[in-house]
Design a protein around this ligand. Structure first.
Ligand SMILES: Nc1ncnc2c1ncn2[C@@H]1O[C@H](COP(=O)(O)OP(=O)(O)O)[C@@H](O)[C@H]1O
Ligand SMILES: [Mg+2]
Length: 670
């Protein structure tokens, strides 16, 4: 099914990075190479041997000048010399090829594995992580930062090896010929190293800022594109453009700062290196004139000198680039380190048959923010630094800490339902209905009290077992940009037939509508294709949940954007499907919840009323108020429709459920 480039590489693609990586960045980079280390060592060796071949070239040159041209050796050796030149060039070429081939394999292989790991990891992180992580930021870390790591492995890591090899080999050769000149040619080395080190720290910081800004920019872009309807509807294009422009300028400034640092480094190191070269050349020439060294040695040493100065010049550039690799490594590790959601552990066996009896006992719950992408740490560090300088703490970070404080959204929730019963949740927006649903699926963990399923504490169930047995239709169902067929089949987790898909679609009252589309079930929904209306999306999502045939069905406001007639159709279909299944239904129409075995009326996270419809209409309270309002509206509408019908009898008017929008817009809830 999945296609990989190379079977040998495929074997190396599974590695648990989270447990593998050490906290030290250089060690971590080496650990990330696991499975590719021989390639890396091989590439390093190729680099060193290539450098050696290049250096021997100058030795042959020295031989030609000193021995052949001076007549000390017979000119008959000339063909051998020519052969040596060609051979060394060929060797250098061969090693360059091997280095390129191996470094490409290892760098692409390591980053392929890393990207796969990150993708998998991101979809296993708990909701609490995604609540606070920005999508654009995550995308940037999986793409741009991973690419910086690829460059690190492909170029910089080997580049360092190349520099060291060239330097050591050429210096040794030179020292063997003339120690004084050799030492002289590296006299400015400490200055270069110190300077590189200084730049290293600054560039690291500048690059970190730059990447942060790039992430901000992609978040802005991504939010604008996702919220394109809101932007247009509120005519906020100018505002959005302005916002993007500001972020873009900031990126420009930070990018410029980064580049200026590079361009500052170059002239300084160039001047030092040029002075160094001239000094050695002049001294060498003087020594040759005085006869302290031969002309051939002089020529060879000048050739080697170039290959000592070159590494020194490039050391700084590489150190700077390595620093970007290290920063990107840290940014990627920030995503890797948060704990995944554990979906398999729990004392209940994975193949347990769930009956569906549920109880809540004094459950309290608050959304606890999770530490995301080290934002806190940055704030804390800044705080400490400022505090040390005796400055007042930055207000922004205090506000942030305030915003991250958990707020209790469910208080002391208790109720019981038997297997197969229908529980309805009713309450205004923000009263905590979705939060109760979130606890059922263990999307979030409750902090106190007990939730039991079939008499066993919910936390004893592996999340995967729980989620396999729960079918959910969310308030704002998400459909993938794939065909309707794929979207419906998505949750089943097995091969499903067309007949099964159609059956589910029929039950969700969407089959007939799908057939009116030119491509039927193959219609692509979402971005690239036809867009469905809110009600149609919900019905596709209902079909998806039904096809899964779950023991527990959760309908979170699943029928909020369909008209009353369609809702009735769905209700009828569900009444066939609901028996035997425990069902939680969130709705704001009394009609929808009337038949439930238990109705919970929620207000600000408290259950203020509980019972059946018959119980609740008898007692004064929120439920009866809602009931009164809704039935009054309905009566009025029926009367009005009757009036209209008397004047000109249009039966279809009523049948089509045309009054639904009026009905919905005066709803006091949701
Ligand atoms: N992921 C979340 N993180 C923090 N607070 C949340 C989150 N989701 C909802 N809330 C808060 O919890 C409260 C209850 O929300 P919710 O359960 O979605 O209400 P309902 O579904 O009844 O409209 C609201 O005050 C809301 O702001
Ligand atoms: Mg909700």
């Amino acid at each position: 099914m999945s296609q990989t480039l190379d079977p040998k590489i495929e074997q190396k693609l599974t590695l648990d990075l989270k447990t593998t990586l050490a906290s030290n960045r250089l060690v971590g980079l080496w650990q990330m190479l696991k499975g590719f280390r021989w390639l890396f060592v091989g590439a390093l060796l190729a680099v060193a041997l290539g450098a050696l071949a290049r250096t021997y070239y100058y030795q042959v040159l020295r031989y030609v000048v000193d021995e052949l041209l001076s007549g000390e050796q017979s000119l008959a050796n000339l063909p051998w010399v020519a052969l040596a030149f060609v051979g060394l060039a060929a060797l250098e070429g061969l090693f360059a090829y091997l280095r390129g081939d191996w470094s490409a394999k290892l760098s692409e292989g390591v980053t392929l594995r890393l990207r796969n790991y990150l993708y998998d990891h991101l979809q296993r992180l708990p909701f609490a992580f995604h609540d606070y992580a920005k999508t654009g930021e995550l995308i940037q870390r999986v793409t741009s930062d991973v690419d910086a790591l690829r460059r690190f492995y492909a170029d910089q890591a080997l580049g360092i090896g190349r520099i060291v090899a060239l330097f050591v080999i050429n210096f040794t050769m030179m020292a063997l010929m003339n120690a004084r000149l050799a030492w002289m040619s590296i006299i400015t080395m400490p200055i270069i190293v110190a300077m590189s080190y200084w730049f290293f720290g600054r560039v690291s910081k500048a690059y970190d800022h730059y990447q942060d800004q790039e992430a901000k920019l992609s978040t802005t872009l991504q939010e604008n594109l996702t919220g394109v309807r809101v932007v247009r509807a509120f005519a906020r294009q100018a505002y959005e453009m302005d916002k993007f422009n500001r972020e873009n300028w900031e990126k420009y400034h930070r990018g410029k700062k980064l580049l200026v640092m590079h361009s500052l480094y170059w002239p300084i190191s160039d001047i030092i290196c040029a002075a160094q070269t001239i000094a050695v050349m002049a001294t060498g020439a003087l020594m040759a004139i005085r006869g302290e060294i031969t002309v051939g040695t002089y020529m060879a040493m000048m050739g080697m000198l170039v290959w000592i100065i070159w590494p020194m010049r490039n050391l700084g550039r590489l150190i700077v680039q390595v620093s970007t690799g290290l920063v990107s490594y840290q940014r990627v590790v920030d995503v890797i380190m948060p704990d995944r959601e554990d979906i398999v552990s729990g004392s209940v066996a994975l193949d347990t048959q769930i009956q569906g009896g549920m109880t809540f006992e004094n459950v309290n719950f608050a959304y606890e923010p999770m530490e995301v992408l080290k934002e806190h740490e940055k704030v804390d560090k800044k705080k400490n630094r400022k505090a040390r300088k005796g400055q007042p703490e930055p207000e922004a970070s205090e506000k942030k800490a305030e915003a991250l404080k958990p707020v209790e959204v469910l208080h002391d929730i208790s109720f019981t339902c038997a297997p197969g019963q229908v529980v309805a949740l009713l309450g205004s927006t923000g009263s905590g209905k979705t939060s109760i649903i979130n606890l059922l699926l263990r999307f979030y963990e409750y902090q106190s009290g007990h939730i039991t399923l079939d008499g066993v504490e919910l936390t004893e169930y592996p999340k995967s077992l729980l989620r396999r047995n729960v079918g959910i239709v969310e308030q704002e169902p998400f459909l993938f940009s794939r065909s309707i067929r794929e979207n419906i089949a998505y949750g089943a987790g097995r091969e499903v037939t067309q007949a099964e898909i159609e059956q589910a679609a029929q039950a969700a009252a969407i089959h007939d509508i799908i057939l009116t589309f030119p491509q039927g079930y193959d219609t692509i929904v979402g971005e690239k294709g036809m867009t469905l209306s809110g009600g149609q999306r919900q019905r596709v999502a209902i079909a998806r949940a039904l096809l899964k045939d779950p023991r527990i069905l959760v309908l979170d406001d699943a029928t909020s954007s369909v008209d009353t007639e369609t809702e009735e159709q769905i209700q009828q279909a569900l009444s066939v499907l609901i028996p035997g299944r425990t069902t939680f239904v969130v709705a704001h129409r009394i009609q929808t919840v009337m038949g439930a075995d238990l109705i919970l009326v929620l207000d600000k996270g408290h259950v203020i009323q509980a019972g059946t419809h018959a119980d609740l209409v008898r007692q004064p309270g929120l439920y009866r108020d809602i009931y009164d309002i809704q039935s009054r509206i309905e009566e009025e509408i029926v009367e009005e429709v009757a009036d209209v019908a008397e004047e000109e009898p249009v039966e279809a008017f009523v049948e089509e459920g045309e009054y639904a929008p009026v009905y919905a817009s005066v709803m006091p809830l949701n």
